[in-house]
Design a protein around this ligand. Structure first.
Ligand code: GLN
Length: 220
């Protein structure tokens, strides 16, 4: 293992609202399965966001999460860290938090504050309301062989994706997972799949980013 990879990594989970503990557990599971030394911390304030090597934005309620993040002045710091290359996984409401523009089937453009780093337009509640929540097996090539269980809860869908955005999963002809360099967004909840492959992907991206930073001398 290289020196950079041997260093303990810190994964932050945005700790305002939603599936926080489930993501902490999935991140810990991913670290243990990959035998990577690391810790998982909740982050809410800008100074905490400066100290992490990677971030998970949990599902929940994006309007609440973005209002609380805005009150703590966290959105510009998150945007800066992501533009510097910090790996991030945004799930469901977390993907909405990352997106450039947000629409809702009922209210139209929501104008909610987002981080805006991911070049996609998102439709909230694209598959219906709470009663229309469902599970479905997804083919995600980047995670290797075997379907990944997609848990969709008041899930959004990606309605437009920019040219640097790679589509990594679809369901019912809708785009439900994307990757843009160091950013992964999923419309579903990988932390509820009982399968840590998506979180493992984040850990691998963090290790790669640490190695690149070490070899290019770009240390924080
Ligand atoms: N519909 C929610 C929102 O718009 C997202 C649901 C979820 O994260 N499970 O924020």
């Amino acid at each position: 293992m290289s020196g950079a990879a041997a260093k303990e990594i810190t994964i932050g989970v945005l700790g305002f609202q939603g599936d926080i503990e489930e993501n902490v557990a999935a991140a810990k599971q991913a670290l243990s399965e990959l035998k990577v030394k690391g810790k998982v911390e909740l982050v809410r304030y800008p100074e905490e966001m400066e100290r992490i090597d990677g971030l998970i934005l949990p599902g929940g309620e994006s309007t609440v999460q973005s209002s609380l993040a805005a009150i703590q002045h966290s959105l510009p710091v998150l945007k800066k860290r992501i533009s510097e290359g910090m790996p991030v996984l945004g799930t469901c409401a977390g993907m909405i938090m990352l997106s450039k523009k947000v629409f809702d089937r009922v209210v139209g453009e929501t104008k909610q504050k987002t981080i805006g780093s991911l070049d996609i337009v998102v439709e909230r509640n694209a598959f219906g309301r709470q009663n229309d929540s469902f599970e479905s097996d997804l083919e995600i090539d980047s995670l290797g062989k075997g379907p990944f269980r997609g848990v969709f809860i008041r899930a959004p869908a990606v309605s437009e994706a920019g040219k640097d955005v790679q589509i990594i999963a679809r369901h019912a002809n809708r785009i439900v997972a994307v990757r843009q360099k160091n950013i992964i967004g999923t419309a579903f909840h990988p932390e509820l799949a009982g399968d840590a492959r998506m979180h493992r992907q984040l850990v691998k991206m963090i290790l790669e980013n640490a190695t690149t930073a070490a070899t290019t001398g770009k240390q924080r």
